[in-house]
Design a protein around this ligand. Structure first.
Ligand SMILES: *[C@@H]1O[C@H](CO)[C@@H](O)[C@H](O)[C@H]1NC(C)=O
Length: 480
């Protein structure tokens, strides 16, 4: 079928950003058949998952993928943190992106159709310049919550305040409560000498230059944060279109994981309903050996059935965590732990999180609070205990526990290098998560169940996110 218009999407090459951006593109062209979509994939070293995901997803969607040619990698003097590395890498692709976009809209192409919009994600703001040069409207696709978007939009103001005060509590428009400094600026984000902070500030300043901001959230979940953003006069229109989820899950990315998944699901099939606590810290999350042993002790004492995705910390700052070999697993866990818990627990590596969360045996989720994970757990009605590690996860955890009452707290301000969370805390958190207020059906569990229904209604016909996506499509088609 001949399309009337096309869109281009440029996501940051990391699973947490790439997957929701691709799913958004998929939703967009399914909803509006006059649109086609092309995702430009930025090549990146040390991230084999990115290629595996793109190859697998390309076979099951009409979204096109175009791999950008490699560039010279950022040199050590150009970055300090992995975010700095990725940011410099993205900037280096500006020229390629401009050539490709010019080519796609060129009238000499036989089936060229007008370009209705360029969608960039939170770290791809350099491409705003490219869109400007070619004369295409640029939109931001934001894969983190509206609360964090509100924080980013407020960051330049906060930056000016922080230079003069040393408050311990911060007022942020998208949060109803004041937020402790250590939740807002963990892992040295406050360290203004580090490139991560400079980059965040740089991105935050540019979001206002876009024609609209698409957020992977829904009105019923983040009413307060979304209202606070829409009521500001100088911010582009916001379109909450979520939850946008990849429900087929990473297990399909390669066959080795598929057989692993089968073993895990078989084990879960043998467990009673809602009896298993699932621990998983995300595609980039790993913990020190000492911390792993505290968790093990806490889990053993809490005595619940558990499924624990445990990963080995990366060797360098640009690599991702990897799975432990069996031998190392014995070494890192307390003596005899695997033997003693063999009846109630399973320790595994990288897992297909969606297939696990959707299993009826899962009764609770100890999570790093990455936004995709939170949306997935709400979709399946699984209550969460918070254990944030990196990025904006501490703020997500704060929102879930303090603002929305949708999670219980193990920790709100944990970060790589902070004090150990002791086994007593782990035990208490897991009990609270699995037992609620004693009858296994506490306030948090009840609210999560309600939110599960609301998340599904939001994306159905005439639901809030459905309507919002329709408004965006109208705007896209009106500009060509
Ligand atoms: C959605 O709204 C339209 C217009 O009001 C209505 O005709 C349609 O039946 C609604 N669909 C559903 C599923 O409620």
């Amino acid at each position: 079928m001949k399309k009337n218009a096309q869109v281009i999407i440029i996501p940051t090459p990391g699973i947490g950003n790439l997957v929701p951006a691709v799913e958004f593109a998929h939703h967009l062209i399914h909803r509006e058949h006059r649109l086609s979509a092309t995702v430009l994939v930025i090549p990146i070293p040390h991230r084999p998952q990115v290629t595996a995901y793109v190859n697998a997803r390309a076979a099951t969607t009409e979204v096109q993928f175009l791999h950008l040619p490699p560039v010279d990698l950022p040199t050590p003097d150009q970055f300090q943190t992995s975010l700095g590395f990725v940011s410099v890498l993205i900037e280096k692709h500006k020229a390629h992106v401009k050539d490709i976009m010019a080519d796609l809209v060129s009238s000499t192409q036989p089936d060229s159709v007008p370009l209705a919009g360029l969608f960039i994600d939170m770290f791809c703001t350099p491409m705003i310049d490219v869109a400007g040069e070619i004369g295409v409207p640029c939109y931001l696709f934001f894969a983190s919550p509206a609360s964090f978007l509100g924080f980013m939009l407020h960051l330049p103001t906060l930056h000016a305040q922080l230079a003069t005060d040393s408050d311990t509590e911060l007022t942020i428009p998208s949060f109803a409560n004041s937020v402790p400094v250590q939740v807002v600026f963990p892992t040295g984000l406050l360290n203004t000498n580090e490139d991560r902070y400079t980059w965040f500030l740089h991105y935050a300043l540019r979001y206002r230059e876009t024609k609209g901001i698409i957020v992977n959230t829904f009105l019923e979940l983040e009413h307060y944060a979304l209202d606070s953003i829409s009521s500001a006069s100088d911010i582009p229109p916001v379109y909450p279109v979520g939850p946008v989820l990849d429900l087929h899950g990473p297990a399909r990315w390669d066959l080795m994981n598929l057989s692993l998944e089968k073993n895990i699901i078989q084990w879960l099939d043998l467990q009673p309903a809602k009896a298993v606590v699932f621990l998983c810290f995300g595609s980039m999350g790993s913990l020190s050996g000492a911390q792993v042993r505290e968790i093990a002790k806490g889990l053993e004492r809490a005595g619940y059935r558990f499924l624990w995705s445990l990963r080995e910390p990366p060797k360098t700052k640009l690599e991702l965590p990897s799975d432990y070999a069996n031998l190392n697993l014995e070494e890192i866990l307390p003596d005899g732990f695997l033997k003693r818990t063999a009846e109630i627990g399973l320790v595994c590596g990288w897992v297909p999180q969606v297939s696990i969360l959707s299993h009826e045996a899962i009764g609770g989720f100890v999570s790093h609070c990455g936004w995709n994970s939170i949306l997935e757990s709400l979709w399946y009605g699984v209550p969460t205990a918070t254990w944030p590690i990196y990025a904006e996860q501490q703020m997500n955890a704060f929102e879930m526990v303090m603002e929305l009452g949708l999670a219980v707290e193990i920790k709100l301000d944990y970060w790589v290098g902070s004090d150990l969370v002791l086994s007593e805390q782990v035990e208490r958190g897991v009990r609270l998560l699995m037992d609620g207020d004693g009858d296994g059906d506490g306030e948090v569990r009840r609210k999560v169940k309600e939110m599960r229904e609301m998340s599904r209604v939001a994306v159905e016909e005439n639901g809030s996110s459905y309507v919002s996506l329709g408004n965006l499509i109208d705007k896209l088609l009106a500009t060509i």
